[in-house]
Design a binder for this molecule. Structure first.
Ligand code: C2E
Ligand code: CA
Ligand code: CA
Length: 514
């Protein structure tokens, strides 16, 4: 008969040594029953402090984001899974997820460099910590807030101890305010906002990824709605985003599949009634959805960068059309064409060269091409926009400021830009009648424009009364349903031939000015 080995006993514990240092000890002992009935213990105790430190570092490395020192995506996901389970069991407390994304962060990275981008992210994380009062790393996981860097410039905050669902919105607003304070990055002062999507948890959510997907969707909607704001997710959003993404995918193919088309709207001289120009307006002939107006797809094209090839297609097609009209009816009947440029096209470095090339290839004189740029397009970066406008002008193109009166540029700034034409926005023309408060406003515009040798076009003229008032206010040109809706090239040709001998409309002056 020999001794019997029993189950071994393992444990780890901490001791404080003589110097006060904490030492991790691993103890492994094996009890053994001897033949005489007694029990002997064989074992060893090892100082495993180094291994423990290493383990902790590893744990931190897999759970934390190095740059911002916030927990990373994985920690957040596991923490969220736990919150979901708790919610399913108790159902009592509210939880919410905030999906935060910095607006136009890419611009910082691209223009100031990645180091500046990193510095900004670090500072943003610091503000987040302060805002959520998360002082120690441990607190992320204990006091109901988990803030984690989700990737790039995305941060996800889990609030899993809310008194009321609306509290999530208060936290979101606090975060937005904190993010919107200017950042000092090296020598640069950077102002950047953030957008937040909020999901308030309910029993329908089973998986962390579902919650995060919806929070992401709400964030995306907050950006589309104008950035710098938060939005709470609702199920209608999911449908909108799905349909938008579908449209975006199809739009990529639309140019190649020849689904885009241009319609042209006449711009006439108020004095003579003759055609001055036609504005090219893009439409999308969708195989299932029918004719889609530009307001439904131009913003999408702008957001996904497709506006550059799309805009180039518009430029080329419109110039080709003008050349074709000239061939068939002669230049004098359709003297020029007006083409819209998106502000995203103005950011495209080769715009000037490509546009000149298109005019050249199609045999159209650049002075017969009026490029329309909205007031808002100049706000992003006025200096570089000015340079591009001057370059276009040097190439011989005529420049029009579009939707005038809707942006923030004042009349006083007009002389700083090389515009040849000013288009008064439809929202003012719409309200014009003899008693309208807008009469002096329009008059001020025409007076100043003429002193700068800028021609004035009124947009959205829908009736004879408006036309008469505009004429009396020295506005030279008009566009609108009163003269014709946007139509195909053949109709324009017929219109051009019919107006060339038309009688000059008798316009009476109905408004007197003091
Ligand atoms: P916009 O440049 O201000 O174009 C004028 C818009 O007003 C056109 O709408 C036109 O159909 C509409 N309109 C003209 N007269 C009247 C009127 O008397 N009453 C009313 N209610 N509306 C009138 P559309 O074609 O839907 O175009 C909307 C906007 O889409 C354009 O506004 C322009 O900003 C943009 N867009 C159109 N084509 C292009 C393009 O090729 N490139 C770019 N970047 N944007 C385009
Ligand atoms: Ca326009
Ligand atoms: Ca316009």
């Amino acid at each position: 008969e020999s001794a019997v080995e029993l189950a071994p006993l393992c444990c780890e514990y901490r001791l404080r040594d003589d110097t006060g240092r904490l030492v991790w000890i691993e103890n492994r002992s094996v009890p053994q029953r001897e033949t005489d009935g007694g029990v002997h213990w064989y074992g060893h105790a090892t100082d495993v402090s180094d291994r423990k430190i290493m383990e902790r570092k590893l744990l931190t490395a897999v759970r934390m984001d190095r740059l911002t020192n916030l927990p990373n995506r994985q920690s957040l996901v596991s923490r969220l899974e736990l919150a979901l389970q708790q919610f399913q069991v108790t159902g009592a407390r509210y939880y919410a997820v905030l999906f935060l994304d910095l607006d136009r962060f890419k611009l910082v990275n691209d223009s100031l460099g990645h180091e500046a981008g990193d510095a900004l992210l670090t500072e943003a994380a610091e503000r987040l910590r302060t805002c959520l009062r998360l002082d120690t790393p441990l607190a992320y996981l204990t006091d109901g807030y988990t803030a984690a860097r989700f990737g790039g410039d995305e941060v996800v905050v889990l609030l899993d101890n809310l008194q009321l669902p609306d509290d999530a919105q208060c936290v979101a607003q606090r975060l937005l305010d904190a993010m919107a304070e200017p950042y000092q990055i090296g020598m640069n002062r950077v102002v950047i906002s953030a957008s937040i999507g909020i999901v308030v948890g309910d029993a329908a959510y089973q998986r962390a990824e579902e919650v995060l997907r919806d929070a992401d969707t709400a964030m995306y909607e907050a950006k589309s709605a104008g950035k710098g704001r938060y939005l709470v997710f609702d199920s209608a959003m999911r449908e909108r985003v799905r349909s938008r993404m579908e449209l975006e995918n199809e739009l990529h193919a639309a140019v190649e599949r020849n689904q885009l088309l241009l319609q042209y709207q006449p711009i006439v001289c108020l004095q003579t009634g003759k055609l001055r120009s036609v504005e090219a307006l893009v439409r999308w002939q969708h195989p299932e959805r029918g004719l889609i107006p530009p307001s439904d797809f131009v913003p999408i094209a702008e957001e996904c960068g497709l506006i550059v090839p799309l805009g180039e297609w518009v430029l080329r097609t419109a110039c080709q059309q003008l050349a074709a009209w000239w061939q068939s009816v002669g230049r004098q009947h359709i003297p020029s064409i007006s083409i819209n440029l998106s502000r995203h096209q103005l950011l495209f470095p080769e715009l000037v060269q490509r546009t000149s090339m298109i005019a050249d290839e199609t045999g159209v004189d650049p002075s017969c091409v009026h490029l329309e740029i909205t007031e808002g397009a100049m706000m992003g970066d006025p200096d570089s926009t000015l340079k591009i406008l001057q370059d276009l002008k040097r190439q011989g193109f005529k420049l029009a400021i579009d939707d005038f009166g809707t942006g923030h540029s004042s009349l006083a700034c007009l002389h700083e830009y090389p515009f040849d034409i000013l288009k008064i926005d439809r929202s003012f023309v719409m309200l014009l009648n003899a008693a309208s408060d807008y009469v002096p406003f329009v008059h001020a515009i025409t007076t100043l424009a003429h002193s700068l040798r800028i021609q004035v076009v009124a947009e959205g003229v829908e009736n004879a009364e408006q036309a008469e008032i505009l004429h009396s206010l020295q506005c030279q040109f008009a566009q609108g349903y009163h003269y014709g809706r946007p139509v195909g090239p053949d109709k324009i040709m017929r219109l051009a031939l019919s107006t060339c001998d038309a009688e000059i409309p008798q316009l009476e002056t109905v408004v007197a000015f003091s």
